[in-house]
Write a protein that binds this ligand. Structure first.
Ligand SMILES: *Cc1c(COP(=O)(O)O)cnc(C)c1O
Length: 368
């Protein structure tokens, strides 16, 4: 049996008629480019805000831009420091560097894989302006504690929700804790477009307006610019696709949680360390990540059985070559460093069948 890590085509087939019809509607109206007047973009922004229970969604070009635009809009820039977790996709730190600030890495918690609030305070200096917790794999970071630390030190909190659409901490959706949340709608995310796409969400009216301007050349309205911005818009086709898919997000998230429960209940706990879910959290399982010794050998054995797996991510951010000023600092990030050698992401997507799930479970439990 061949089992991919994710299967976007199956999902498309399940909603093909609706998707095809909205895409042609966008083309018929030539509503290609996003902006204040694009009805497809407006409709999605409104629907996504309602879904989260937040005041504003500002669509933009991709998830990386969403972090960058929020930082810029908050006035973070050259000479400032921004705290980010040692384990994430590079976008989180890249967005900080791209506005001229310096990413300051903090190790992660062993259980949640998210930034460790206990190790955060010692990294705060007079230059620190913001903290970007990442809700990695769909498990929320400890937002209560993080916001407490941010408030006590007068720092902005920007939640990187790229992997956590609909995740909750104590029954409150992630993205609604800090000053703003950033989302990616990259095709493979829990809510994915059919190309690059991103979104900024916030309850702050002024911040939303500045983000909206920056994402569209600083325009307030046509030819009225009080600042320079850039070109990072959520286009019509992506907006229309996202509006269709958003209606299914609850259902798809429930499926992800069901599949994770099957893995949790059936995978051998003596062979693998299964992902923990804090009792305060609703985990949305963007990725189901186990830990295992001799991980690379396991990945190879599973591949021979037709099972595709992933490693998210093989190297902690501060140990990447680009951040080479941190080289040989494995000791500063012991958890991220250890975890990166053991993590393995198993196939998990809402359309997985029971026989596929069983096949993965049996393969893992029976291979030695
Ligand atoms: C995917 C991702 C991003 C960036 O999203 P893009 O839309 O690809 O730019 C940012 N942070 C994390 C944690 C991600 O997984």
């Amino acid at each position: 049996m061949k089992i991919p890590l994710a299967d976007l085509n199956l999902q498309y087939q399940s909603i093909k008629a609706e998707i095809d019809s909205v895409i042609s509607a966008v083309i018929e109206e030539s509503a290609f480019i996003g902006g204040r007047k694009n009805r497809f973009t407006n409709e999605f922004e409104k629907a996504f805000s309602d879904y989260l229970g937040i005041k504003h969604t500002v669509g933009c070009g991709n998830g990386t831009d969403s972090i960058e635009i929020i930082l810029k809009s908050l006035g973070v820039g050259f000479g400032d420091e921004v705290i980010v977790p040692a384990l994430s996709w590079i976008s989180t730190s890249e967005a900080v560097s791209s506005i001229g600030a310096k990413p300051v890495f903090v190790d992660i918690e062993e259980n949640s894989f998210c930034i460790d609030p206990k190790k955060m305070e010692e990294k705060i200096t007079s230059k620190t302006k913001a903290i970007i917790p990442v809700h990695l794999y769909g498990h929320p970071a400890n937002m209560e504690r993080i916001v407490e630390i941010a408030n006590a030190n007068k720092l902005f909190t920007i939640e990187d929700c790229a992997q956590a659409h609909g995740a909750e901490w104590k029954f409150k959706k992630v993205s609604t804790f800090g000053n703003a949340g950033s989302f990616s709608f990259f095709p493979g995310k829990n809510l994915g477009a059919y190309g690059d796409a991103g979104g900024i969400v916030t309850n702050d009216d002024l911040l939303a307006e500045i983000c909206r301007q920056i994402a569209n050349h600083g325009q307030i309205e046509k030819n009225n610019h009080e600042r320079e911005g850039r070109n990072s818009r959520l286009d019509g086709i992506q907006s229309a696709v996202l509006s269709v898919k958003l209606k299914y997000l609850h259902e798809w998230t429930d499926k992800r949680i069901d599949i994770a429960a099957k893995y949790n209940n059936n995978l051998s706990k003596s062979k693998f360390q299964l992902p923990a879910c804090s009792k305060e959290a609703k985990h949305v399982y963007h990725l189901y990540v186990i830990r295992v010794d001799a991980r690379d050998a396991w990945q190879k054995k599973l591949k021979e059985k037709g099972i595709e797996t992933g490693i998210h991510y093989p190297i902690p951010l501060p140990l990447l070559k680009v951040y080479n000023e941190f080289q040989n600092l494995e000791k500063e990030f012991p958890v991220a460093n250890k975890v990166c050698k053991e993590i393995l992401s198993l196939p998990l997507y809402p359309e997985m069948t029971d026989s596929q799930i069983e096949y993965v479970i049996n393969a893992l439990n029976n291979i030695n």
